[in-house]
Write a protein of this length. Structure first.
Length: 86
């Protein structure tokens, strides 16, 4: 049985998904893009915690990205509730 070596994802992968979620113009697609970006970001964060080295800068960027995605999701939820109320 052969084991494949651990191959971390490219940091750009989660950043591309994050950017896509932030700049999507079709409101119906945003929630699924947020979820995909959050999943990729958490995956990257797990990779960083499993590898040796100083990843403080990327971890800070990851924290900021997760915060921004939560804020975007909250805005969408508030907007949907407001639209339902009117």
């Amino acid at each position: 049985m052969s084991l494949t070596p651990f191959q971390p994802s490219a940091p750009q992968d989660w950043r591309n998904l994050y950017t896509a979620a932030l700049f999507e113009t079709q409101a119906g697609r945003v929630p699924s893009l947020i979820s995909a970006a959050e999943h990729a970001i958490r995956h990257r964060a797990n990779e960083l915690s499993a590898t040796a080295g100083d990843h403080i800068e990327e971890q800070a960027v990851i924290d900021d990205a997760l915060y921004a995605l939560r804020a975007l999701r909250n805005c969408l939820e508030i907007r949907a509730r407001w639209a339902d109320a009117t």
